[in-house]
Design a protein around this ligand. Sequence first.
Ligand code: PGA
Length: 260
Amino acid sequence: MEVIIQSSPEEACRIAARIVAHRVRQKPDCVLGLATGSTPLQLYAELIRMHRKEGLEFSGVTSFNLDEYVGLPGDHPASYARFMKENFFQHIDMPPESIHIPDGMATDIPVSCASYENSIRSSGGIDVQILGIGRDGHIGFNEPTSSLASRTRIKTLTRRTREDNARFFDSPDEVPRHAITMGIETIMEARECVLLAFGEAKAAAVAAVVEGPVTAMIPGSILQMHPATSILLDDKAAADLQRKDYYQYVYVNKPEWQRI
Ligand code: PGA
């Protein structure tokens, strides 16, 4: 794990955008794993800016989103399909047929999940997976005690996750109880992961992910077993880390050839 601590979410998102842009330029037909939520918004804004001002092209890129609520049609204001369209896809040149988001309206959810896994596999696998982290340590919607070997499937959201996400709905009761999410093993197969976390509400989860034991109680902790993960934080999200000084020392002394 490489832990990168910046003074603001904007700075951290600029670095995340540079990582994604670098991979897209290296491999114009690369496969991106994408995340929703408040955290990656500035990352998408920066990628859109790079598309407009720096010629960053997404025309050959394929994407797979982490998750979607069960029971929300793609045009529902709180669906992740709509979130992605409004905050990213409608501003760039990725062809609609290259965009994949789990189908929250699937009539046969297990079949739909198996087909999502097949699509990821036949695309060649995810090159860079963007991740947020829940206050309970979830990645995607893999809630605590999710199998560390899980694949794309339906999950029941915890009360806390439903409360955290109620801000996107007209009333808390409207938050769906279920979601389809890539599994933990699906995420672990990505060649590279970039996890973003900002604000003091995430500090405990970040410390558990980076410095705690690997446990299904904190699904994000499995990233300790991933060979190429960057954790991008602002100071507030990094506040509970015991080895903060070391991570900063590593970053300052990073060899020039490793910098993007
Ligand atoms: P957030 O969600 O970015 O809205 O905080 C993160 C998550 O639940 O994974």
